[in-house]
Design a binder for this molecule. Sequence first.
Ligand SMILES: *[C@@H]1O[C@H](CO)[C@@H](O)[C@H](O)[C@H]1NC(C)=O
Ligand SMILES: *[C@@H]1O[C@H](CO)[C@@H](O)[C@H](O)[C@H]1NC(C)=O
Ligand SMILES: [Zn+2]
Length: 375
Amino acid sequence: MAGLGIWIAFISQCFLSVSGLLQRLEHPVKADGSLSLVVIGDWGRKGTYNQSEVATQMGRVADKLDIDFVISTGDNFYDEGLAGIDDPAFESSFSKIYIAKSLQKQWYNVLGNHDYRGDVEAQLNPVLQKIDPRWICQRSFIVDTEIAEFFFVDTTPFVDKYFLKPKDHKYDWRGVLPRERYLSKLLKGLEMALKDSTANWRIVVGHHPVRSIGHHGDTQELIRKLLPIIEANNVDMYINGHDHCLEHISSTNSQIQFLTSGGGSKAWKGDIDKDGRDGIKFYYDGQGFMSLELEQANAKVIYYDIFGQVLHVVNLSKGLRSTFGVQKSGSSPRSSVANLGPITVWTSISSLTFEPQKTKCSTQAHKYDDDSRTL
Ligand SMILES: *[C@@H]1O[C@H](CO)[C@@H](O)[C@H](O)[C@H]1NC(C)=O
Ligand SMILES: *[C@@H]1O[C@H](CO)[C@@H](O)[C@H](O)[C@H]1NC(C)=O
Ligand SMILES: [Zn+2]
């Protein structure tokens, strides 16, 4: 019997350490229970490549929507992340660019492959909040709002080629090695947190796309390891950057919407994979960003270009199969509606028609030099 007690203690300790892997941050919703935010990716270039223009329009949209926070899908600082906590790029690419009052909200950032090329721990260091209190960057974590849970996943360590063929790049793998252990703990932590989630909307955010028809295309490692977990746990959206474009793909075998917002600065005109078009709803190879508005049963995603023009709108709606007051064991009762029914997707494209065979925006050939291939 004593043995059993020890065994149970051991198991519960494992449980704690695994579920504790993903730190949980709480973020309040608006008084009416809704939430709105903007999403940007692949941006930190000291204002160049239209970064400042995108920032200006983001500020206008953020003001109009009265956003609650900003999500960055990674590749926060080009080309090689931050050199240290006192790298002036933190201010010249972030604080001094996103200056609109409406953007003075929390920024939740994940790391991209470029961030891993610098001093990766600098971006994770809370000391940066002394320079700019908006900044929150962790490897993998959860932002819990009443209406939605956001699961931020560190995707760079999934990608084999950064380990096997790093070329001339040096990656800062402190905190990641041994890699297999890091990935399996991350996936276990994510799976447990998803199973435990009672939020209406479950949104996973990573740097690398699961599905994309852009330059990099699908990330096979994520299709193999991450996708089965998010498919099995009623995730509504997977949001990413890495491909420098704006894109919307509907999963053909689940409710997941794959949303790419990687247009924060340099874009890759004309870079599009003409095959792999299953479920593709929208692709824009210029710069821009995305907004997300969430209500209990409805969600709206809008993509904008550098003039703030609406390019594409996605309405998501859940059926009314609802249970009230679902309570998570060990947490306070929730009054939100949970376990909403199947999702319905409507999309409308305002000013850009997606025409699969002739991508109108291919005005500037992308140069396939060695460096760009690893972007
Ligand atoms: C800035 O955006 C405009 C409009 O999309 C585009 O024509 C131009 O090439 C962009 N400039 C750079 C440097 O990317
Ligand atoms: C999306 O929802 C809005 C209301 O929030 C509505 O005005 C718009 O027509 C909808 N668009 C589509 C394509 O269903
Ligand atoms: Zn990237």
